[in-house]
Design a protein around this ligand. Sequence first.
Ligand code: SAM
Length: 345
Amino acid sequence: MKNRGGFRSLKFIPDDRKIADLWIAPYGAAAVSAAMESGITEALATRASSPAQLARLLDLHQESTESVLRVLVAMGFAQQKKTNFNLTPDARAYLVPSSPLARTAEFWKHFETPEHRWVLRKLKETTPVLQTFGDGWKDEPDENPSVIQAAAGMDSIIKAPSTAVVRSGAFKGVRHVLDVGGGSGAFAAVLTEHQPETQVTVLDLPAMCRQAQAWVEKRDAKNIHFHPADFFKDEWARGCDAIHFSNVLHDWPEARVLELLKSARATVEGNAKNRGRLYLLEVLRHENRNGPLMATIFHMQMQMGFGGAQYTRSDFARLCKKARFTEPRAVARFGYYTLLKAYAV
Ligand SMILES: C[S@@+](CC[C@H](N)C(=O)[O-])C[C@H]1O[C@@H](n2cnc3c(N)ncnc32)[C@H](O)[C@@H]1O
């Protein structure tokens, strides 16, 4: 892997939203084509319905149906009134197979794409078959292609947001960060380069830690430590005054997010002068859960794939309160990412 060093040499970090939009676009298109093939658009043309009503009528999975509906709203093809969804005039004309102006035939090639087939399968799985992010390399040896590929993909996504939020000064004054599910070590590399006085410990599954360590050593990064562990089962590293989760909580349903936040609260160390801090770097959905478009598609991927979610700020406020953290505040933003910060209470 080349070019891991030298984040400092970058003068400014351009907004990456166009890249994110491009990356996620095939899944947005798949949400629309799957809504046509599954009967969602046809049913909505007959009457406005809630996700539960549609799921019952069409024998679909309710949460997956809701995810698709929210993508349609974010695209401007549907509207939400209270719990019901209906189609906009253009969707009614073009996306309903029985409409005289239907554009369904234009999408026939699209129906063959893996993204379309995946979304359709997930809609139809009334008992969802969920993956766990990390299962691919949980017990795997070194140089496992799936760990290298996953680490490279995560690294690619998170380098720019990490660099931007670190440069905002949001981590000033932190002595030692525990980066939980730290993945490729990108955040650790960026933070220790920007703030050489700060230590970072990356907690991740052993195979991912080995991969990250190899990359970190190549770029001669200092002050980075590794704590290979299963964050649900094993002890977390002690002695840290801040805990950081980046793109980790979205992989899990609420109950598991709460477990992780409670472990964070039990681990983070602070005192009256330097209170223990919690940082969350995530793509947040709007409070009404219908935007921004990229976040609704990202949510659909997380919900269908892992039973996870792109949470809203108030979801995190509620969960942080339960785990005994203060209400999280947005302290930095980059592209679609928000960095939330809370304190241990
Ligand atoms: C979506 S990645 C995020 C990685 C990194 N924080 C980033 O922003 O690029 C989630 C990370 O959680 C790790 N993970 C998943 N299950 C885990 C577990 N049970 N214990 C420790 N780490 C786990 C994965 O190996 C992966 O590196």
